[in-house]
Design a protein around this ligand. Structure first.
Ligand code: NAD
Length: 268
């Protein structure tokens, strides 16, 4: 029997939706299991989906996610709060349909020699809290540039519409297995030079960022700030793991981008 978990943000609208979900799941004789779910329904927005992803990141191989949005449609949320009945019907007729997206593999090396791995669904950034971040950037262990600026943003294709887009990065098709690095306010003048444009690397390549000054750097992984220890280097590459969504309905990636950012309607 398929096990269904619910991960809700604490707001009143989301709590109402998750209570309705719980009673309908019981009425359909589906099994509620938040510890070991096959399907994990998030109720809230993109931020809730990001939190759920990190909460369940050790169980990614088994879980398919479904996002219900209690506000407007989000990037990871295909269902609206008034569509609970339709969603329950899809769950009852589930045949394992899914779509999966690439994730970002992050390896941090701290100045004390300790290493830590993590995964990001949207992006990871490395920034300096005060002043200019100075960092050596390597691609496949080859020095690429000495970066000076606010910081760097390394994103997945589905994360390319988030922070990366604000940093001037390209929106990347979710069908590509690539990692993008975009600059956050780089300094470019006669003395200092960075490439000045976003780069996209293949699954066979990796990027390593080594801050030159170890103090006051801030690292983020999706919505979280990484523990504030001195970071010697961070290596980014496409992960071998992916996130899967139950594909009961499919909003085409470029349709979602167009509707979210442009809202264009055909002219008769
Ligand atoms: P939040 O409440 O600050 O929301 C940020 C916004 O980003 C929300 O509108 C959310 O719907 C949207 N968003 C999240 N993932 C997206 C995606 N893949 N594509 C398009 N839009 C997306 O924070 P949150 O909800 O916890 O989300 C964390 C995310 O916020 C981070 O992963 C980062 O991408 C983004 N962020 C963006 C900026 C920026 O654009 N300058 C700065 C900080 C964080």
């Amino acid at each position: 029997m398929m096990k269904i978990g619910i991960f809700s943000n604490p707001g009143s609208a989301s709590t109402r939706v998750s209570n309705a979900l719980k009673s309908k799941i019981k009425a359909e004789h589906l099994v509620l299991d938040n510890d070991d779910p096959d399907i994990l329904i998030t109720v809230g927005g993109d931020g809730t989906l990001l939190s759920a992803f990190h909460h369940y990141e050790k169980q990614l191989a088994k879980i398919r996610f479904v996002g219900i949005h209690t506000g407007h449609l989000g990037f990871y949320t295909d269902w609206r709060d008034y569509e609970v009945d339709e969603l329950i019907d899809s769950l009852a007729h589930d045949n394992g349909q899914s779509v999966s997206y690439p994730l970002l593999d992050i390896l941090i090396e701290y100045s004390d020699g300790k290493k830590q791995s993590m995964l990001a669904l949207n992006e990871s950034t490395l920034k300096k809290l005060t002043g200019t971040m100075l960092a050596n950037v390597y691609i496949k262990d080859q020095l690429f540039e000495l970066f000076r600026g606010d910081g760097l943003c390394v994103s997945t294709p589905t994360g390319s519409t988030a922070y990366n887009k604000s940093a001037g990065g390209a929106v990347v098709s979710s069908e590509l297995d690539v990692v993008q690095v975009s600059e956050i306010a780089s300094i470019n003048n006669r003395v200092f030079r960075t490439l000045g444009s976003p780069i996209i690397i293949s699954p066979q390549e990796w990027v390593r960022i080594e801050p030159v000054e170890l103090n006051e750097n801030l690292m983020t992984c999706d919505q979280k700030v990484v523990e504030n220890r001195q970071i010697k280097s961070v290596t980014y590459r496409i992960s071998k793991q992916r996130i899967a969504f139950a594909q009961y309905r499919h909003t085409q990636f470029w349709k979602r981008v167009s509707e979210s950012f442009i809202g264009v309607k055909p002219v008769d």
